[in-house]
Ligand binder design. Sequence first.
Ligand SMILES: Nc1ncnc2c1ncn2[C@@H]1O[C@H](COP(=O)(O)OP(=O)(O)OP(=O)(O)O)[C@@H](O)[C@H]1O
Ligand SMILES: [Mg+2]
Length: 140
Amino acid sequence: VARTRSDSETIDFGRELGARLPAGAVVFLIGNLGAGKTTLAKGIVEGVGAASRDEVSSPTFTLIHEYGDPVRVYHVDLYRLDSEREVAALGLDELFDSGSLVLIEWGERFPGLLREGRVEVRLRRLENEEREIVVTGLDG
Ligand SMILES: Nc1ncnc2c1ncn2[C@@H]1O[C@H](COP(=O)(O)OP(=O)(O)OP(=O)(O)O)[C@@H](O)[C@H]1O
Ligand SMILES: [Mg+2]
């Protein structure tokens, strides 16, 4: 369990987490609106060396963003989708099997996406700028 006190601390936490993620990990970023999922994704993407934090924006409307080189990362946001059928149409299985890192916001709403071996990161807003971050599914 970690606590951060600003978005830059959450990005730093994401950078460290990114460095510890196995290649091809599927990571569910879980938390309320504004909890800091996208902010954490900025750090993870930067931490694995796929892009810098400023290049990472929310895929709420585009659904999937892809960052690359040398490590590829897909950042998915399913907030706007309502049914398993819509999610299935996105063909995320292909991403899961690609060996790339996949980060998903709002994915826990769709049981069809849950995979053995997934990593879950739960973010919770405490007071003001404080966030509690709990990671499960990673050893060590
Ligand atoms: N400790 C913190 N960690 C992360 N974000 C913080 C923190 N303190 C304040 N913030 C602010 O909270 C907001 C988090 O927004 P962000 O887009 O990351 O949330 P989200 O969980 O992805 O929301 P959504 O469900 O709408 O996609 C940002 O405006 C960020 O600056
Ligand atoms: Mg977001």
